[in-house]
Design a protein around this ligand. Structure first.
Ligand code: PSV
Ligand code: MN
Length: 396
């Protein structure tokens, strides 16, 4: 590989960071049941500990996304504990995710619920989440709504849109300067007829309505199978409305598979759109890269390391594209040359340069191998298996 290519990779490595989700270390399942893992994290402390391992070995995951209902047992009063965990395990709190989908009150919706009392309750939870984020100096409050309906005629879609507009604007006005509200969309599930924020256009409208600190969050699993996600990314970038990503891969729907396991070229194309935009506009985009995966069958920490290193590789590959040349051949409509610039970059083995970079940063050359050698998994399996098998019996 020539020096200029290695330099491009090194520049990409210097800036690439990705946030890992606390819920990726916990026991999760499908709607048919949970498969309990002996080493799964059951407390916020354990989630921080596991996230700390991933960061220790990869060096690129300094923050952990937290879900308020799952990670803040004492609500807003948990922030001191979270700060202590950050200090102990070397990872900071990242995006704060309010939970507006799990309480019984939200059976028919949260911001879209016809009962104003439920909407008020949902608003109070978001207000608390903004306060939590402020105390922890977290920039992003990331909102996902399960709101929708299962049968035609059962919900007033226009009224619900209006309630969303109102509540998001109120929530936006509670933000501190510099904080952001990220609005996530999803076409279906758990609602199977209509979902209140079903696609990027709806999320874009609502984010704009909410105010200037609201942006759109793209979860790669939240699209219909044939959708061109990188085009959505390009449009949101050009509108200044792309706030961040929840990365994962999928074969069918919101499968939450590890990034790149099905279609690594897609994640590469997304990174390409971002880097091409940055080159053209001359400014670095302000986009939060986050992982949103829950691993049912793979070991959770290994799956996370696998995902992080895959994301890092795909980002580096995308950084190899010569934008000046791409722009020139696009103008000449030289389709084959333009396409091969992407294909050649994608086909380049960037791993040797990444390994050199890791060594230069005193990181293990191969984070997965280092994890397997470390004894951490064996230790936590011993410590956690009794509690996890208890939770197994409570599922029987
Ligand atoms: C919903 O499918 C989602 O993508 C949202 O981001 C949630 O916060 C997350 O998964 C965890 O349930
Ligand atoms: Mn998500």
């Amino acid at each position: 590989m020539n020096t200029s290519k290695s330099e491009r990779i090194l520049q990409a490595l210097t800036r690439f960071r990705i946030e890992i989700p606390s819920w990726g270390f916990a026991n999760t399942g499908t709607r048919f049941g949970k498969f309990i893992q002996a080493a799964a994290a059951t407390t916020t402390e354990e989630k921080f500990s596991d996230a700390g391992q991933v960061h220790l070995l990869t060096g690129v995951c300094p923050t952990i996304a937290l879900h308020v209902l799952w990670d803040f047992p004492a609500g807003i009063n948990s922030t001191d504990d979270i700060q202590k965990l950050s200090g102990r395990f070397g990872v900071q709190a990242g995006s704060i995710n309010p939970n507006l989908f799990q309480d019984q009150e939200y059976k028919y919706g949260s911001f879209g619920h016809p009962d104003p009392a439920v909407r008020k309750r949902a608003l109070a939870h978001v207000k608390d989440s903004v306060e939590i984020a402020e105390r922890l100096r977290c920039r992003d409050i990331s909102l996902w709504f399960a709101d929708g309906s299962n049968y035609p005629g059962t919900a007033n879609i226009r009224k619900r849109k209006q309630w969303f507009e109102e509540s998001l604007r109120i929530s936006h006005n509670q933000l501190a300067p510099g904080q952001r509200l990220l609005v996530e969309y999803k076409p279906f599930e758990p609602a199977f007829y209509h979902t209140d924020i079903a696609d990027w256009g709806m999320a874009l409208h609502l984010a704009r309505f909410a105010g200037p600190q609201a942006k759109v969050l793209v979860d790669t699993g939240h699209h219909y199978a044939a959708q061109n996600i990188e085009q959505i990314v390009a449009w949101l970038l050009s509108e200044g409305m792309l706030g961040g990503f929840h990365f994962n891969d999928r074969r069918y729907a919101d499968d939450d598979l590890t990034l790149g396991s099905i279609d690594p070229y897609q994640a590469f194309r997304i990174f390409h759109e971002i880097l091409f935009f940055e080159w053209e506009s001359g400014k670095q985009s302000d986009v939060a890269y986050m992982i949103d995966q829950s691993h049912n069958l793979k070991g959770k920490i290994e799956a996370m390391i696998q995902t992080v290193t895959m994301a890092q590789e795909l980002f580096c590959k995308a950084a190899l594209i010569d934008h000046r040349e791409l722009g020139a051949v696009q103008e000449k409509c030289d389709l084959v040359r333009a396409e091969s610039l992407l294909q050649d970059a994608f086909a380049t083995d960037v791993r040797p340069v990444i390994q050199e970079w890791r060594v230069s940063k005193r990181l293990p050359k191969d984070p997965m191998d280092a994890f397997r050698q470390s004894g951490y998994l064996e230790r936590i399996t011993k410590q956690r298996s009794a509690r996890n098998s208890q939770s197994l019996s409570s599922y029987a």
